[in-house]
Design a protein around this ligand. Structure first.
Ligand code: PHE
Length: 511
């Protein structure tokens, strides 16, 4: 039966046949410009067909260390010193001044002196009043150590077993001078068996090359008769179009994790909300322009919503009319329950955090309370590249004793830092339900601009007193835009892309 081999194996066999004697694997790999592993796998094929194999042996190698290499380039310290002494005519100088005059490093200088004496090039004379280095030779040929050092010019590593007896003496000197590094490695040498040497190339059949193995080949077992072409792992693979999580969902989850890591709990509230929680409980007067139809989607079905306990409704009513217990004068108008009962699509998730205040009152809870919500809100806006009629707010409150504006800035800044915006600025703003109020902006590196992200503030007493939250317990609050943040994070210029789902973007952004 004909021997079948892969093309690559045949190529290597050819080279080994030409070489005749044993060959060191790493050198052959270099010579053929192939990977060592590829070469060894080919040798394995030769081994299986009894044509060749490899032997292993441990080799000690020596090379120069950093200092040794330096001396290889610049000369040993004694040679460096000697050259300076001769070329600058310093042989008559007193030892005390000599080092400074040669401007050699102190350590190098003294190693030089000691070896000049060892080499018999000079002696130290110590007559009264003088201390000199006297050179006692006329010529200074290369020493044996220097000649040995030169061997490293050609190969940076030398096999220990290649050293002659004389070499060993010089090696020991350099080793004692701490200029040598020793390494051990396993060396593989390749050989052909008698069969390998005798077999002619035309007696060998080349396996057919294929680029993939099919199920049929696996079934029939014929895959063994094929040579799988090597893969080029640097080539890009086919695009994987697997199902993925939507980038917005990923972003929301990331935000969730940040608030949870800061000790917050997530809350959710109804999308169909009462005007009471959306506006009245936020001390927005019933004739406030923001309540008007062009901003708010009012609903016909259900037409009226349920209000909380009578006494709480009364507390809100009195706050509007005369300030109630909050210490404020209120708005001074007659508050209508029917307006508060209107149903609408919530215009902000602040309605949800107010519901949390109501729960706090009902359950007689104690501070601190830290909650957040990431949820959908609705406004009657004309949709364009920077506006949507339904969008998402990242809302949150902290109910705490003696909490301050600094705490509020701290939470907001920390949040944006964690999501990837280092620079956050808060500026005075206005909301009917907070005092003081702040607008929040982040710095967007790509545009070099500050972009407004949302609002925040400390709820006014008119908002918190109806729920039993009285000074010095205060409520820090914020409502930030999710889509704005998403546009910056994903580099989208059209806000609608986030929900129209351009497939190309989803493929590159999702994971
Ligand atoms: N509700 C405000 C908005 O929708 C944001 C806000 C929330 C401001 C909480 C202050 C406090 O723009």
């Amino acid at each position: 039966m004909k021997i079948k081999l892969r093309k690559q194996v045949i190529d290597i066999l050819k080279v080994l046949k030409e070489k005749k004697s044993e060959y060191i694997a790493s050198e052959l790999a270099k010579e053929l410009d192939i990977d060592y592993i590829v070469l060894m796998s080919a040798i394995n094929d030769l081994k299986e067909t009894n044509l060749g194999g490899f032997k292993e042996k441990e080799v000690f190698q020596i090379s120069l260390n950093k200092e040794g290499e330096l001396y290889l380039n610049k000369g040993l310290p004694e040679r460096q010193l000697l050259d300076i002494l001769l070329s600058n005519d310093l042989t008559e100088k007193n030892m005390e001044d000599l080092q400074g005059a040669t401007s050699l490093d102190k350590k190098l200088f003294y190693i030089g002196i000691s070896n000049i004496k060892k080499n018999g090039w000079g002696v130290e004379s110590k007559a009264p009043g003088e201390h000199k280095l006297l050179l006692i030779k006329e010529v200074f040929p290369q020493t044996d150590v220097e000649l040995f050092l030169k061997k490293f010019e050609k190969n940076d590593k030398i096999d220990y077993s290649d050293l002659s007896e004389d070499d060993l003496i010089q090696f020991n000197i350099l080793n004692k001078r701490k200029l040598i590094k020793q390494t051990r490695k396993t060396q593989r040498s390749l050989f052909l068996t008698e069969k390998g040497k005798k077999t002619k190339l035309n007696e060998i059949e080349m396996l057919k090359q294929v680029s993939k193995i099919t199920p049929e080949m696996l079934n029939s077992g014929s895959w063994m008769d094929y040579d799988l072409k090597p893969f080029d792992v640097t080539k890009p693979g086919p695009l994987l179009k697997a199902g993925k999580i939507h980038p917005m969902v990923n972003l929301i989850n990331e935000i969730r994790e940040i608030f949870i890591s800061l000790g917050f709990t997530e809350i959710r509230g109804p999308i169909i909300e009462s005007a009471f929680f959306n506006f009245d409980a936020l001390f927005q007067p019933q004739d406030h322009p923001a309540r008007e139809l062009h901003d708010t989607f009012y609903l016909n079905n259900p037409k009226v919503s349920k209000l909380p306990e009578k006494d709480r409704v009364k507390a809100v009513k009195e706050t509007h009319e005369n300030g109630g217990t909050s210490g404020s004068l209120g708005w001074g108008y007659k508050w209508e329950e029917s307006i508060a009962k209107k149903t609408l699509l919530r215009t902000h998730t602040t309605a949800t955090t107010i519901r949390r205040l109501a729960q706090y009152y009902k359950n007689n809870e104690v501070p601190p309370i830290k909650v957040f919500s990431i949820d959908r809100v609705f406004r009657n806006e004309k949709v364009d590249k920077s506006h949507l009629a339904e969008f998402t707010q990242i809302e949150g409150i902290v109910i705490g004793e003696k909490v301050t504006l600094c705490d509020l800035i701290g939470v907001i800044t920390e949040f944006y830092k964690k999501i990837g915006f280092e620079k956050v600025i808060t500026r005075p703003g206005f909301f009917p339900y907070t005092e003081p109020s702040m607008e929040v902006s982040v710095f967007y590196d790509k545009l070099g601009e500050w972009l407004e992200m949302g609002g925040s503030g400390i709820f006014r007493p008119e908002v918190t007193y109806p729920w039993g939250i009285e000074n010095p317990t205060r409520v820090l609050a914020w409502g930030l835009g999710l889509e704005r943040l998403a546009m910056l994070k994903f580099g989208r210029e059209d806000i609608r892309d986030l929900y129209i789902n351009p497939i190309k973007w989803l493929r590159q952004e999702s994971y």
